[in-house]
Design a protein around this ligand. Sequence first.
Ligand SMILES: [Mg+2]
Length: 216
Amino acid sequence: MTSSDLATTVLWDVDGTLLDVRGAGRRAFAVALTRVWGDARALDGISFAGATDLGVLAQVLDTSQLDGARLRAFFDELVVALDAELRATPARPIAGALDVTRALTRAGVPQGLLTGNEERCAHLKLGSAGFERAWFCVGAFGHEHADRDELARLAAQRSPGRHVVVGDTPKDVQAARAIGAVAVAVCTGFAPRAALEAARPDHLLDDLGALVTLLC
Ligand SMILES: [Mg+2]
C-alpha cells in the first residue's frame, strides 16, 4: 500500500481477529436460544468461525424465514446473556490489537467493523476487551444479513472509497473479495494457516504486529 491509500477504511472482523471471548458468544447464544425457543441442542456442532449471528440462527432453526418479533426477542436475550458472560469472564484482546487500532485512530485512518456479531453484542465484546467505540466509525453487523459478503457490501456502502478487510477466516477473505477490498488474513483466531493460505489473501500475517506498518 502507498501513501495515496491513507483514506482507505480498515474493516475489522471481531472474534479471533481483535479479541477472544473464550466461548462466551456460544454460551450466550445457547442461553438466548433456550429462553426464546426452549431448546439449544441444535447448536451442537455448528461452527461460529466466520459465521454471522443470523446465519447461525437460520442453521439452528433450519429456516431463513424468522419471525420478526421472536428475532428481536432473541437478540435482546442474547445481549443480556452475553453481558452476563463477559462480566464473569471478560474478553481478551488479541495480542497487538489494541495497539494497532489505537495507532490507526491516531494516524487518522478510518476504521470500521465487519462482523457476524449483532451490533450491541459486537460493542459489548469490544468494550469488555478495552477497545473504544469511537475508534470504529462505521459498521455492518450480524443481525443485518446472514451472509457475510452482503455485510461487506453494506459496510462498503457506508464508507465509500477503498477498503482493507482484516479477518481470521477464509470467509473474511471471501467478504473482502465481494467488495474488491484488500484482504488481510491473520493467524490469530479460528482458521488454520493452511486454510487461510488456500483462500489466497493479499497478505497473510502470523500476528497483528506487522499491521501498523502495512496500514499506516
Ligand atoms: Mg473471526
